[in-house]
Write a protein that binds this ligand. Structure first.
Ligand code: GMT
Length: 378
């Protein structure tokens, strides 16, 4: 099939899922066309013969206070869908992608081309941004006019039905992980570069937005480090980073907490991690927790949104209420002070992650694509 994928090209989960999906589909022989404003980050180091990238450019014009990205995207979609004979258009993240896709579909219809749209909802496009009254009518419309709609967790499906007036069926296709790739890369682990042998390594990876509760991450570590010899790797960039650094400096934890910035090499960081922290306030799925688990890293997380569909309490890690730092410290200590228990959770985390293996999920998207194509033909 010729498949066009629209996504955010950044380190965010939705862009990562879209990119990994495109790569996986290309290895199965599909022609993949990424259409976005920058080459997706996870694609940079890779060369794939049947992956194509089409950049969306928005020319600056002084009259516009806001540059019209949706307009440029929908025009680019018309161009690519026509010239590359695209069979199906898959948009990740409703805003503004599903809206631009609908406009492109209508423009194409004018020239006799029918294109089915598959929209995948990822989280904040529904729970945070999309449900804002300023956006809700357009988001509702775009979801209801997609030919197929998927959500990355049951929790997100329920949130969507609760927050919008949805007339279309929403199917849950969970996020996935390429477990085979993880087994291939990241070895040997260069743990000694970052910590002493006896030190435990905790990791957090995110976009450091307020809903990630970065200060909870730091405070869980602070509570633990008074009892256990450990270090914390903070991977990512975002608005809460400055506050976190100030606190770390004030409390004299600079030698123990390393801010590593954005990284394309999270496999390497997770390879030597002993525990992953994800105390988010909102999380439709928690892809970073799944990535950690796939590396055999147990997860201490909040029970927000869809995290409990990924991280199973008492199996792949532990869950606590949002903001319950004390419980998270107790649970982290429990795991890191008992080698036998830690090994058992490491094994269980890997087993739980294997339920989300790429092989189990990719066929679900292929079926959705075929259904979407069939639905517009009859
Ligand atoms: O985590 C973020 O804030 C980034 C966001 C995104 O749109 O890229 O992530 C969302 O999509 C991911 C992939 O489906 C999910 O794993 C994240 O849980 C979800 N984030 C939220 O719901 C806050």
């Amino acid at each position: 099939m010729n498949i066009a994928i629209v996504c955010y090209p950044t380190f965010g989960g939705s862009g990562v899922v879209a990119t990994e999906l495109g790569i996986a589909l290309s290895t199965k022989g599909h022609e993949i066309h990424f259409i976005t404003y920058h080459q997706p980050v996870r694609l940079e180091a890779l060369q794939h013969p049947n992956i194509h990238f089409h950049e969306v450019n928005v020319p600056d014009y002084p009259l516009f206070k806001y540059q019209p990205y949706e307009l440029a995207l929908s025009s680019r979609l018309v161009d690519v869908i026509q010239n590359a004979q695209i069979d199906v258009l898959h948009v990740h993240y409703a805003i503004p992608h599903a809206y631009a896709a609908y406009m492109a579909k209508k423009m194409l219809l004018d020239i006799g081309i029918q294109i089915p749209i598959v929209t995948t909802l990822h989280g904040t496009d529904i729970t945070l941004v999309g449900s804002h009254p300023f956006y809700r009518p357009a988001v509702t419309f775009s979801i209801n006019h997609s030919d197929r709609v998927t959500a990355v967790s049951e929790s997100l499906r329920q949130d969507t039905l609760r927050l919008f007036d949805i007339k279309t069926k929403i199917e849950v296709i969970p996020n996935f992980i390429d477990t085979e790739k993880i087994n291939r890369v990241g070895k040997p682990c260069e743990r000694s570069l970052l910590a002493q042998k006896e030190e435990k390594i905790l990791t957090h990876i995110s976009n450091f937005r307020p809903l990630k509760r970065i200060m909870d991450v730091i405070k869980i570590f602070e509570g633990l480090s008074s009892e256990i010899d450990c270090k914390l790797m903070m991977v990512g960039e975002g608005p809460e980073k400055v506050k976190a650094i100030e606190y770390v400096e004030k409390t004299g934890l600079e030698d123990k907490i390393l801010f590593l910035g954005k990284s394309n090499e999270i496999d390497k960081v997770l390879c030597y991690s002993d525990l992953f922290l994800l105390p988010s306030e909102k999380e439709s799925f928690g892809l970073s927790a799944l990535e950690a688990m796939a590396h055999g890293v147990p997860v201490i997380s909040s029970n927000a949104g869809g995290i409990s569909e990924v991280n199973i309490d008492g199996v792949s890690g532990y869950l606590a209420d949002i903001g319950d730092v004390d419980t998270m410290v107790v649970r982290a200590k429990e795991l890191l002070s008992n080698d036998a228990l830690h090994s058992q959770f490491k094994k269980q985390a890997k087993e739980q992650a294997s339920k989300f293996s790429l092989e189990k999920i990719i066929g679900k998207y292929e079926t959705i694509y075929s259904d979407a194509v069939a639905s517009i033909q009859f």
